[in-house]
Design a protein around this ligand. Structure first.
Ligand SMILES: Nc1ncnc2c1ncn2[C@@H]1O[C@H](COP(=O)(O)OP(=O)(O)OP(=O)(O)O)[C@@H](O)[C@H]1O
Length: 265
């Protein structure tokens, strides 16, 4: 794997891609996220860790307005992408999700061919002008997701026929086909075996060369392996956020200490 540990200077040089300011999320009367401020840096992997139900996925879904699809969900505060409020009425959530892509816990290829899984986004967003360009985007995305060699001779076959690990890489290829600036990953390896997990982790490190990556994970080993920044969520707040190295070796907050030493969670 390439250098996953950036120096402090490297991290300081990264620009903020997404800034969250005073974000609260409610599901009806349930107050799931409370006053969250965080800067997500470009070309950096940020891990969200914390006990079950603390709000990691809820907050992740705020970053590309995926929570819009849940009727009872209300988001307040500001989330700025390159300084622009993504909740502003002028923002089209579908276009936003091409810029801020998402990969889910369970691989979810469309019931379409491998080719069409990847071609779907570039087609609906009008990113290609002709078939040759589309072929190029499909190949590039599959190569980038390290699955091209395994599927190049079966592009017309269903994506659902691939193994779990291959399906997840297909979904990553689908997410990157629209040339996103941020990639959100919600426990992307939890349904995968250790070999497929290692492939995805390696891929995550590759992808951060091109954009910001945010990953929700229950595995602290995974957070330590793939991320440079870690945010520890607890009961809807970010209890601690900082360099991954510091969070895992020298946490400041007692709740983080207890969690990473396995005292709860
Ligand atoms: N669709 C929903 N409707 C109502 N409440 C929800 C919904 N999704 C999440 N919640 C509630 O919001 C809180 C945060 O849940 P969330 O799934 O974001 O936590 P999490 O940290 O990602 O948990 P896990 O690690 O178990 O996936 C919980 O109290 C949960 O019950």
């Amino acid at each position: 794997m390439t250098n996953m540990r950036m120096t402090e200077q490297d991290l300081q040089d990264r620009e903020t891609k997404i800034a969250s300011r005073g974000v609260d999320v409610f599901y009806g009367a349930t107050h799931a996220i409370k006053d969250v401020d965080i800067d997500i840096l470009n070309n950096t992997v940020t891990a969200f860790i914390g006990p079950s139900g603390c709000g990691k996925s809820t907050f992740l879904r705020c970053l590309n307005r995926m929570n819009d699809t849940i009727d009872s969900c209300r988001v307040t505060g500001q989330i700025l992408l390159d300084g622009d409020d993504i909740y502003h009425s002028s923002v089209d959530p579908v276009t936003l999700r091409a810029r801020v892509g998402m990969v889910f816990q369970k691989p979810n290829p469309f019931p379409k061919s491998i080719f069409d899984n990847i071609a779907y986004g570039p087609r609906i967003h009008g990113l290609v002008n002709n078939k040759a360009e589309l072929d190029e985007v499909v190949e590039k995305s599959l190569r980038r997701a390290a699955i091209w060699n395994e599927v190049k001779d079966r592009l017309d076959q269903p994506g659902t026929g691939l193994s779990g690990g291959q399906q997840q890489r297909l979904c990553i290829a689908r997410a990157i086909a629209t040339a996103p600036e941020v990639l959100l990953m919600d426990e992307p390896c939890s349904a995968l075996d250790p070999i497929a997990t290692a492939q995805i982790e390696e891929l995550i490190d590759e992808l951060r060369q091109d954009f910001a990556v945010v990953i929700v994970t229950h595995s602290m080993q995974q957070a330590a392996r793939v991320s440079q920044k870690t945010a520890f969520f607890h009961l809807g707040v970010i209890a601690e956020h900082g360099d991954t190295n510091q969070i895992f070796t020298n946490p400041v907050d007692k709740r983080t200490q207890d969690y990473i030493t396995g005292r709860f969670g």
